[in-house]
Ligand binder design. Structure first.
Ligand SMILES: [Zn+2]
Length: 128
């Protein structure tokens, strides 16, 4: 739908609720309200995302340190002591053998028998 500029659409400011006059595509009274609105939205998003990111980063760090010190598997319970949480991963798939394989960034892991976890880096080089 195309609105002509002289179509008077009365909307409320998305931040403070004040009645807006003028241009029909206006969403805020001024830059102050626009900035407050976006800041609040961003901080809500990061409040939700922060603990997830922290767990992903921790998983990545724990697995990376294992890989960098020459390991390709470990006892899952041991990794848990270092803060590894099996649930947090960036993607997953079921491989040809029917095993659930999880990725946390460029590290791949899967739970194998008897509480052991196998892992490997799937990219060529670690990017720091
Ligand atoms: Zn406003």
């Amino acid at each position: 739908m195309i609105l002509k500029t002289n179509d008077m659409i009365h909307e409320d400011c998305m931040q403070c609720g004040a009645r807006l006059l003028g241009r029909s595509d206006k969403k805020f009274c001024d830059d102050g309200c626009r900035n407050s609105y976006h800041n609040k939205r961003n901080s809500n998003a990061s409040r939700v995302a922060r603990p997830v990111h922290r767990n992903l980063r921790l998983n990545y760090t724990v697995l990376s340190e294992m890989i960098d010190s020459g390991h390709d598997q470990a006892v899952l319970e041991e990794l848990t002591l270092y803060g590894f949480t099996e649930e947090y991963h960036t993607s997953s798939y079921v491989n040809d053998e029917g095993n659930l394989v999880k990725n946390v960034y460029d590290v791949q892991y899967r739970i194998v028998k008897k509480g052991r976890i196998q892992f490997r880096r799937i990219s060529g080089k670690r990017k720091d």
